[in-house]
Unconditional design. Sequence first.
Length: 126
Amino acid sequence: MNVGLNQYHVYILKCADGSYYTGITNNIERRLIEHQSGENPTCYTFKRRPLKLVFNEVFNDVNQAIAFEKQVKGWRREKKEAIINGTWDLLPELAKAKNQKNSPVTRSLSNGCSQRPTHHASRAYP
């Protein structure tokens, strides 16, 4: 029986410049020390210290942790702040807002065009 199951942490650091850094580790305490001490001058956080741990999600499966880290790294600031604040329920709405922002209709309207794109003519827009 394996009593000491490995745990993997997907974490978010808030940097001194207000940006966020998302990472993964199997030893959160060690990794935070490495970030804070500036152990690696080429790391994103090196010139952005001091750092604050603002989110930490623990996984028992490394593949799930890697997938979640990759997903979070692709998110914009608002979605990261939703999970930091524990408001996971906002994620679907924030995803809709992002999709609406980047939809052909929104892009056309933001470019001064007042008509819907013709290739989406059969689609109903609110």
